[in-house]
Design a binder for this molecule. Structure first.
Ligand code: NAD
Ligand code: IPM
Ligand code: MN
Length: 357
């Protein structure tokens, strides 16, 4: 079996962490007798520099023709002065939309090996947690009407949160199905006490619940959810929420697992083709210094093996290799405790490769 993977290294630490994931995929492929052709695709800040646009048409085409997409991260201070439609982030939003990847799965699990890196109280860390956030990815405020205008008191800017019942329903189905395959508990997070779009969201989720009598659905307001995440993360199993709330809550969820450098994600639509990327950004503060934690991207590659390529054994092998490396006490800077030796990105990657063989 040979898989074609479109690779968007992106900007900042993107190339460093993507390179780690490619090495891991090649190694696990040899072990399980499949191979990859990786096709590098330009998108983000580097595409702006080279082609004057964040997402060249050919890049989208290559993604559409591949089995899946692996992405590092896009963006950085160099491009922050550009207008919205020319920013690197527009590339990411464009691919999500063009490939219709409306469901973003972001698992956040406190690995037993990393309890010491969890910033929560000891008894909360000891209890552990294992949740997955299902974030709606192609709607809401990210894609609503936006603009600038002259207001009563001078210039104004606006971004609109708009969800159709259909958009809510399809992400709801993804979440209910996932809840059915796990602990049969689904928490829908919204702001229905204030937002009309959240009230529609809630109605649709409850209507869907009728079709999933085996799944217990509850609602939680997003401000409370932000608090509950640090108070008692163990209460969450499957969570479903909007694009913007999911973005914010998953950065918070990542930090309680130890670091944002650990959290993978899968973006899926109706086909097998997905995009796999760490939830973190291009980390300009550590870019080019071999300091990044490659684990989030390596675990994203494992999600690709499982969810798009059907290689469950290989996926589990990669995840186990990461756990074994962490169990040995190997740490990049973001998850190191005082006194720990700090490994560069490249050394952590080699350790994972060795654990795989
Ligand atoms: P960021 O996630 O890049 O960095 C936040 C903090 O986390 C920084 O201190 C960084 O050093 C640290 N960090 C992130 N990833 C790490 C890793 N793998 N290992 C160790 N430490 C890590 O968020 P930001 O600083 O708000 O954003 C920087 C740029 O990245 C912005 O241009 C933003 O738009 C972009 N961004 C892109 C994506 C993406 O492409 N998927 C995601 C988020 C942010
Ligand atoms: C993420 C990022 C993106 C988002 C940005 C870079 C557009 O923060 O993937 O979490 O907000 O979706
Ligand atoms: Mn984000």
């Amino acid at each position: 079996m040979n898989y074609n993977i479109a690779v968007i290294e992106g900007d900042g630490i993107g190339p460093e962490v993507v390179n780690a994931a490619i090495e891991v995929l090649n190694t696990v492929g040899k072990k399980y007798k499949f191979s990859f052709v990786f096709k590098k695709v330009s998108a983000g800040g580097n595409a702006i520099d080279r082609f004057g646009t964040p997402l060249p048409k050919e890049s989208v085409q290559t993604c559409l023709e591949s089995n899946s997409v692996l992405l590092g991260a896009v963006g950085g201070p160099k491009w922050d002065i550009l207008p919205g439609h020319l920013r690197p982030e527009k590339a990411l939003l464009g691919i999500r939309k063009e490939l219709e990847l409306y469901a973003n799965l972001r698992p956040a699990r406190l690995l037993p090996e990393l309890k010491d890196a969890c910033p929560l109280r000891k008894e909360v860390a000891d209890a552990g947690f294992d949740m997955i956030v299902v974030r709606e990815l192609t709607g809401g405020m990210y894609f609503g009407e936006s603009g600038r205008r002259d207001g009563k008191y001078g210039p104004e800017a606006y971004d609109t949160e708009c969800y159709s019942a259909l958009e809510v329903e399809r992400i709801g189905v993804t979440a209910f199905e996932l809840a059915r395959s796990r602990g049969k508990k689904l928490i829908s997070i919204d702001k229905a006490n204030v937002l009309e779009s959240s009230r529609l969201w809630r109605e649709v989720m409850h209507r869907l619940a009728g079709k999933y009598p085996d799944v217990e659905l509850s609602d939680m307001l997003v401000d409370n959810a932000a608090m509950q995440l640090v108070k008692n993360p163990k209460q969450f199993d499957v969570v479903v929420t909007s694009n913007i709330f999911g973005d914010i809550l998953t950065d918070e969820a990542s930090q309680i697992t130890g670091s944002i450098g650990l959290l993978p994600s899968a973006s899926l639509g109706e086909t097998k083709r997905g995009m796999y990327e760490p939830i973190h950004g291009s980390a300009p503060d550590i870019a080019g210094q071999d300091k990044a934690n490659p684990i989030a991207t390596v675990l994203s590659a494992a999600m690709m093996l499982r969810l798009s390529l059907g290689q469950e054994d290989a996926a589990r092998d990669v995840e186990d290799a990461v756990s074994r490396v962490l169990a040995k006490g190997l740490r990049t800077a973001d998850i190191a405790a005082p006194g720990d030796d700090i490994l560069p990105c490249s050394t952590m990657t080699k350790a994972i490769l060795n654990a795989l063989k």
